[in-house]
Design a protein around this ligand. Structure first.
Ligand code: ATP
Ligand code: MG
Length: 247
């Protein structure tokens, strides 16, 4: 089986007026189609940066990223955008909702961008919103939502497009225990039932137990020696590993 993601010797150094920040220093991993993989690591360790790079939203300093067999470096900007739209559903850490669109319109946006008519799928979109506890919020604008409602809208948008790869950056960060658990169960279900690949970034040990594998990003690299392998991971196992790695 060819991996859906193959990352080799990935380096990322941010150069700005504020100075030079080396963040990723030789990150390597593969993810197979249909896998559910979690990345944990300290705040500022580069987890969101990895997801940005995988989606082609950020450029690498060195190394290679293959997505669905295509090396991002070999693609034009337009080809990378097309690959992102067709392959990736993205739950952004800070939601990235369109402020001038309603919840329903935001969630329908990936379909519209793919050239479909969201109106033709409205029943399905409303059902998805219902599953995420957003029934009755369809016509609200983002500024009329709570943080958790914005987060769930962003999750619905990532799921609505039907892309095979879901990149989820702290998808439960603003949710209650119960709402967060429901989101994790939903992600696990789309992985198991629709064979969509999930790459989850989280600080939450409970969320990590839903994964098939948990990788730890420490000092700019993924510590493969300390990776956890499921199924049936426990919160205690995750806590123990985080403590051992001083995360
Ligand atoms: N555009 C940028 N310019 C300069 N430095 C940046 C930029 N984006 C990120 N960084 C730096 O890169 C490092 C990694 O950031 P990143 O957002 O990937 O961390 P993270 O692991 O997702 O953290 P958190 O758990 O807090 O979300 C941080 O030190 C951050 O300051
Ligand atoms: Mg982050």
């Amino acid at each position: 089986m060819n991996p859906i993601i193959r990352v080799r010797d990935l380096y990322k150094i941010f150069d700005s007026s504020a100075g030079t920040t080396p963040v990723l220093k030789g990150v390597e991993f593969d993810i197979d189609p249909g896998e559910f993989v979690c990345i944990m690591g300290p705040s500022g360790s580069g987890k969101s940066t990895v997801l940005h790079i995988l989606s082609g939203l950020d450029a690498v300093t060195g190394g290679s990223v293959l997505l669905a067999g295509r090396n991002l470096k070999d693609l034009s900007e337009a080809e990378r955008t097309l690959l992102r739209r067709t392959q990736i559903g993205y739950v952004f850490q800070f939601f990235n909702l369109m402020p001038n669109l309603t919840v329903l319109e935001n969630v329908g946006l990936p379909l519209a961008i793919q050239g479909q008519h969201p109106a033709a799928r409205e029943k399905e979109l409303r059902a998805l919103l219902g599953r995420l506890g957003l029934g009755g919020r369809e016509h609200h604008f983002p500024h009329q939502l709570s943080g958790g409602e914005m987060q769930r809208t962003s999750i619905a948008r990532a799921l609505a497009g039907g892309q095979p790869l879901l990149l989820c950056d702290e998808p439960t960060g603003n949710l209650s225990q119960k709402a967060g658990l429901e989101v994790m169960q939903l992600l696990r279900r789309v992985c198991d039932e629709e064979r969509r690949t999930v790459l989850l970034v989280t600080h939450n040990p409970r969320d990590a137990t839903f994964a098939d594998r948990v990788l730890f990003l420490v000092d700019g690299a993924l510590d493969s020696q300390h990776a956890l392998h499921g199924p049936n991971l426990t919160v205690e196992q995750v806590h123990e590993r985080l403590a051992a790695l001083h995360i």
